[in-house]
Each structure stands twice: as structure tokens, then as C-alpha cells.
Design a protein around this ligand. Sequence first.
Ligand SMILES: C[S@@+](CC[C@H](N)C(=O)[O-])C[C@H]1O[C@@H](n2cnc3c(N)ncnc32)[C@H](O)[C@@H]1O
Length: 220
Amino acid sequence: MNNYSYQFYGRRKGRGYKRFNQQMLKFNNFDFFLKPHDLNKYSSFSNNILEIGFGNAENLINISKKYSNISFIAADPYLNSCFKLCKVLTKHKLKNVKIWADDIREIIKLFPENIFDLILILHPDPWPKNKHKKRRLVQQYFIDFLARILKKNGKILLSSDENNMKSWILEQFHVRQDFEWYVKNVNICNKKPFCLVNSKYSKKAISVGNKINWFVYRKL
Ligand SMILES: C[S@@+](CC[C@H](N)C(=O)[O-])C[C@H]1O[C@@H](n2cnc3c(N)ncnc32)[C@H](O)[C@@H]1O
């Protein structure tokens, strides 16, 4: 594994955090959060999906409701989003999702190898300025981590509406020998995969006229 260093630059808490935190006490008996010592279990599950940066969790909720046989790990350091997700998981009695309420890079090295069929990174924070490019999540060392935890033929699905980020994703994966760009057809990159719904974030992007692209990479 390469040497690397990183720092988290996004928000961890927003308005309403205290309220969410208090409400969480009501859910004390529920086992929402991923515990590092449970990670080995995932090697024995047949279908696992990791979503990194789930935000308002529109996609996570939609897919996990439809496929109760798939186990999901959902990571986001923004605590308001994590608390909101706990409420939805409780409401819909969804037992197949575990939340990592922190930077994914804090735990990714502890995941067993070759466990995920799919990794979703939808609209990663774009950090559009060139001087902030080191803050972008998708970096070579990070793709090394993803490669280790994906199964052979497993896929990474990324999306963005920000042009610098789109080029960045293409550049970062272009140099990889361990991934192939699964869908090179531009028309398909312009089309939302059928399994996804529009999130609040993507709806906002569309409303200001931004074009969203989707990129799928397959681990060789
Ligand atoms: C622009 S939002 C997109 C949210 C959602 N995926 C969507 O498509 O609507 C990016 C999300 O990534 C999360 N995020 C940023 N850095 C992260 C990291 N290192 N690990 C996990 N999540 C991260 C942020 O907290 C935020 O919720």
C-alpha cells in the first residue's frame, strides 16, 4: 500500500445536530452503527455494497429497501445525515444497513479484502479549485484502498455534475491497470443508471443547468 496522508475538510455537524443527538437516545436499542470488530462477517455475506458519502441517503434507502438480501455499509462523516438515516432505518425496519459515521478513510484499511460487489461514490465533494485538488476523495492511494476491498469484477459507480471533478475521475482511473472503464459509451455516461434515484443534491445540480455524468469502473 502507498504512503499517504489525508485530512478531512468537510462539515461534521450542522444546525439541528443537538436535536438529532437527543432523538438518537430514543433509538438506543438499535444497532445502527458499524463496529470494526464486525467487519470480518462481511466476508461470509454473498452481496455487499458500500456507499461512500451518502448525504441524504436517497439512493441507499431506495436500494436497501428493494434488496433486503444485500448488506450495505454506508459512510458519511456528516452527523446530521447519519442521525436522519437512523430514523429512516427505524421507520422502515431496515436491518441490512450499517452506518460508519465518520471519514471512510478512518476504517477502510480494516475492511477484509474482496468483499464488495459495488461501491457507490455519488457526487463526491468536487473541490473545484485547482489549489484544493488534494482535498478530493478520489486519489490514487484511495483507489488502491477501493481495489483491495472490491471483489474481482466488482464495480465502482461514481457521478458528478462538476466539470473539473468529471475530468479528475477520468484521469485518476485512466492510469489504473487494475480497473477498466466499464461503459465507455458517452451516451450511457449521460444516462442515470436505472438503479439510482435523483438525490436532493443532484436535483439541485439539474435545476441550475448542470449536466450529471455517471462513471462505472470494473475491477479486473
Ligand atoms: C456532495 S455530497 C453528495 C451526497 C450524496 N452522495 C448525493 O449524491 O446526493 C458529498 C457527501 O460526501 C460526504 N463525504 C465527504 N468526504 C467524505 C469521506 N472522507 N468519507 C465519507 N463521506 C464523505 C459528505 O459529508 C457529503 O455528505
